[in-house]
Design a protein around this ligand. Structure first.
Ligand code: TYD
Length: 214
């Protein structure tokens, strides 16, 4: 049996990533060949971590956040994503490891954590060699954060991560470009286009990678 493809939607706040993910799910789920998941979360344990991360109750150190995102991903990757790919299902995830690199290491400046991040990446997420198939294809929705944050405010859909100053979000944008540049598989989509155009571009990439009809 052939293995599935792993596709990660990534992008800054208000880039339309979650909207695209939901539309892809709606169109592709019924084929039975796709699995859709999101980060942080995606497992029962991971959803609890998600609640803690999004709660305003705790004043967490960026280092603590880093660890929690990593723990949530280890569970999701090894218990859900890897087995699904091995069974030939394609996985489309709303965020993956690029988010931790960009938000925690690059934008929060936890550069000393990059080594640990890379070790975990190589050991648990995309081992080099005969497990190349685990290598994700990143679809980056690239958008000026001024536009992204306005979209979020208009939609009334903000979380504590959106409340950082604009400079942080500009760093997130450049961090993403920096991250995908060294990844084997990636596509950058201009997320300032209309929602339909962005969705269509993302769908084209997914269909091309998975050779599926809708
Ligand atoms: P969420 O509400 O899931 O939605 P969206 O992806 O549409 O913004 O927000 C996830 C937030 O968590 C987002 O602000 C980025 C942050 N995040 C990290 O900082 N590091 C990570 O590793 C992940 C997965 C997310």
């Amino acid at each position: 049996m052939t293995v599935g493809r792993l596709i990660a939607l990534e992008g800054g706040e208000g880039s339309g990533k979650t909207t695209v993910w939901k539309r892809l799910k709606k169109d592709l789920m019924r084929s039975g060949r796709f699995l859709f998941c999101r980060e942080p979360g995606g497992t029962e344990f991971g959803e609890e971590i998600r609640d803690i991360l999004f709660s305003r109750q705790y004043d967490m150190l960026p280092e603590t956040e880093f660890m929690l995102f990593m723990v949530s991903r280890l569970e999701l990757f090894n218990k859900v994503i890897r087995p699904a790919l091995a069974r030939g299902r394609h996985v489309v995830t709303d965020r993956l490891d690029a988010s931790t690199f960009v938000y925690q290491i690059y934008a929060h400046g936890l550069r000393e954590f990059e080594e640990l991040f890379r070790v975990v990446q190589r050991r648990y997420l995309k081992p080099i060699g005969d497990e190349d198939w685990l290598c994700p294809h990143y679809i980056l929705l690239d958008l000026d954060p001024e536009i992204g944050l306005k979209r979020r405010q208009t939609a009334g859909d903000t979380n504590r991560f959106d409340e950082k100053e604009i400079k942080f979000h500009h760093t997130v944008r450049s961090g993403y470009k920096h991250f995908v540049a060294r990844e084997r598989y990636h596509t950058i989509i201009d997320a300032s286009l209309s929602p339909d155009e962005v969705f269509k571009s993302a769908l084209d990439v997914v269909l091309k990678l998975t050779e599926e009809g809708v």
